[in-house]
Ligand binder design. Structure first.
Ligand SMILES: [Zn+2]
Ligand SMILES: [Zn+2]
Length: 354
């Protein structure tokens, strides 16, 4: 089927390099280090992808904070853009992809494909999913070997480094906003102005919403204002401030893992408002039951989005409606970038360009 792939045994050597450099998590709660790792030969249904760029996500730090890891050492990264370099097993099981195609790697590596969630377009909730940079090696490496089914095509017109954050930050932010189910003219409060938040403002404006941006960093609030947030508030007492200024928000979306942010988000809601939790954390949040009941508050989790959401995120970037603010770095800088991210110092998204 894939005639561009040389026939097996035709005397051609594999194009798969023996080794590549990768940003590795060295162990549970371990350090991030750049080291050389072996590259697997792609098997049936898999592709070898030469990476062009990969974003750094707070979920990478979440994985790094876990007490147990399924793979050690683990190549991090789930915001990868690259080109197909080779098709496994002569191209069997990789329909729709050809050598040279530009592809995106997200957090979803594979799902079962047959459960109720998978067959109704909600495969992101599949119980048997594998995740890049968590349960399988990720995209913060010169090469990645990936299963074809959940790989996405990425428009050629977007620079790789700018497209990378859309694979997680953009997709997650867009999915969370759509989950909020708001109508034009309604209001949303966005908590956390990092990689997700700065894109969420742009999607919210695209949806015709009134937008309040909340963060602890004045630099990030400044960015939020420049992106068109109607209100930019420091996190402390943001809930009360929103009650005073707007009479509360129709929805609050928490894009960080901070329990303090969830608390403020809850306080910021109008009666019958919706709280969407989207940032990952191992922390707990104590639910105020009386207010939840008497004010008719809805609380939902939101994880990634639909396949259509991801296509839309790429389309909105292509048409200049919502673009990622990025700073690019070399792979060697990954360890210090994760530390800077932990300290909340990254404006927009840090992206490794290969
Ligand atoms: Zn992510
Ligand atoms: Zn499934």
């Amino acid at each position: 089927m894939e005639s561009r792939w040389p026939a097996c045994g035709a005397g051609r050597q594999s194009v798969t390099p023996a080794h590549t450099k990768a940003a590795l998590l060295t162990g549970p709660r371990g350090m991030v280090a750049v080291a050389s790792v072996p590259v697997a030969e792609p098997r049936t249904g898999e592709l070898l992808v030469k990476m062009e760029a990969c974003g750094l996500c707070h979920s990478d730090l979440f994985v790094a904070s876990l007490e147990k890891l399924p793979v050690v050492p683990l190549t991090l990264g789930h915001e990868g853009i690259g080109r197909v370099e080779a098709l496994g097993a002569g191209g069997a099981g990789v329909a729709g992809f050809a050598i040279g195609d530009r592809v995106g790697i997200t957090f979803l590596a594979s799902t079962c494909g047959v459960c109720e969630l998978c067959i109704t377009g909600r495969e992101r909730f599949c119980q048997r999913q594998l995740n890049f940079g968590y349960t399988v090696h990720g995209a913060l490496a010169g090469y990645a070997v990936v299963p074809a089914p959940l790989l996405v095509h990425v428009p050629e017109t977007l620079p790789a480094a700018e497209a990378a954050p859309l694979c997680c930050a953009g997709w997650t932010a867009y999915g969370a906003l759509r989950e909020a189910g708001l109508q034009p003219g309604q209001s949303v409060a966005l908590f956390g102005m990092g990689g997700l938040g700065h894109l969420a403002i742009q999607y919210a404006r695209h949806f015709g919403l009134r937008v309040a941006a909340v963060d602890v960093s004045e630099n990030k609030l400044e960015m939020a204002r420049s992106l068109g947030a109607d209100l930019a508030l420091t996190a402390e007492n943001a809930g009360r401030t929103l009650q005073k200024q707007w009479g509360g928000a129709d929805a609050a979306i928490v894009l960080t893992g901070s329990p303090a942010a969830i608390q403020q988000a809850f306080r910021s809601l109008k009666r019958t408002g919706t709280l969407i939790a989207s940032g990952l954390s191992t922390n707990q949040y104590e639910l105020p039951i009386v207010d939840t009941v008497l004010k008719g508050i809805s609380i939902r989790g939101s994880y990634l989005g639909t396949r259509a959401d991801l296509d839309e995120v790429f389309r909105l970037a292509q048409s200049n409606v919502a673009r990622a603010h990025i700073e690019t770095h070399s792979l060697e800088q990954a360890p210090e970038l994760f530390e800077a991210m932990r300290r909340g110092e990254i404006l927009g998204r840090a992206v490794v360009a290969f």
